[in-house]
Design a binder for this molecule. Sequence first.
Ligand code: NAD
Ligand code: TYD
Length: 349
Amino acid sequence: MKTVLVTGGLGFIGSNFIRLLLNDFSDYRVVNLDAVTYAGNPENLKEFNDNSRYLFAHGDIGNRDLVDKLLAAEKPDFIINFAAESHVDRSITGPKAFIDTNIGGTFTMLEAFRNYCDTGAKCRFLQVSTDEVYGSLGAEGYFKETTPYSPNSPYAASKASADHLVRAYHHTYKLDTLITNCSNNYGPLQFPEKLIPLMISNALEGAALPVYGDGKNIRDWLYVEDHCRALELVMRQAESGETYNIGGHNEMENIELVKLLCNSLDNRLGPLPDGRKRTELITFVGDRQGHDQRYAIDADKIKQDLGWEPQTDLKSGMEKTIDWYLDNQTWLDQVRDGSYREYYQEMYG
Ligand code: NAD
Ligand code: TYD
């Protein structure tokens, strides 16, 4: 049995990753360290609360004492750091939390990891990062692992900073670290502040669908389960010190994506009660400050080295995602009306 310390496991990607480790593998034990911020939802992993291979630890990755004690007690073989503030818009209006968690928190995790390795422990540290560290592309080209970092938003800058620390800890202290930089994820359990779940949520309610600028910005969409399978492979098989880009080969303009979602919902549910098509909810709003034009990943290295390729095209991933939100409307309602925080308050005050 290998023990994996997952940080940020109550969030979108972390909870999908933990579900994959516990459902599809029998030889992983998971310890989930999560501060349960607004983005952490205990509902996401409720089904594992009584599972003997799952342990939840409530706390901040920036709490050195807590992380030291957790490492000494649980003796992980792998640490995978998902914990972060993850939404670009929030980083524009309030960057401090991004600096504290994404830079300060990762630094604390690295220091605790260094200390743990000094005690003779054999452990790997995988930093889950983003393609946004590379900046913005024009109409041509792809981000490769060798593309220079050029982050544009406070979020991207905080993640870039953390990546540099991870790399430096490998170089300086010879620690066994890895970095992955992925494109935009989508799928079940994503908090409805990001484009896809926000549009699904608003379209179900008949609310406006705010598209920033001219809607022609392009993202490369990666289905979360494909991402999680890549992470498990990298964690287990990659050479120490490696960096991998993980992308979906699914580029689309935001406006096209939003229309696709609207049409799919109309096909399933019929038009809105007042007879309008959901595309009529699309509302162009002012652009995001410093809005990156295009992201696209060259994922050839992970294919060559580890044999990973995305399995889910955007059309089928979108249908699976819409299915999930339609089947889990209570989850969505509780997130929308804020009542998902009540469970947290009951548990942690
Ligand atoms: P998320 O916002 O859904 O979840 C973040 C989780 O981290 C939450 O459970 C939250 O409670 C926890 N957390 C936040 N601050 C913490 C702290 N100080 N200590 C402990 N836990 C804390 O994020 P996500 O979308 O699942 O992203 C996970 C990781 O993947 C992040 O590092 C993000 O930068 C990266 N990433 C995400 C995407 C994407 O499309 N979602 C793309 C590229 C990279
Ligand atoms: P988002 O999901 O926030 O991810 P990121 O900024 O990390 O790529 O946004 C994806 C794209 O959708 C981005 O180009 C901004 C755009 N967008 C909108 O047009 N409207 C919205 O309400 C949101 C949240 C995003």
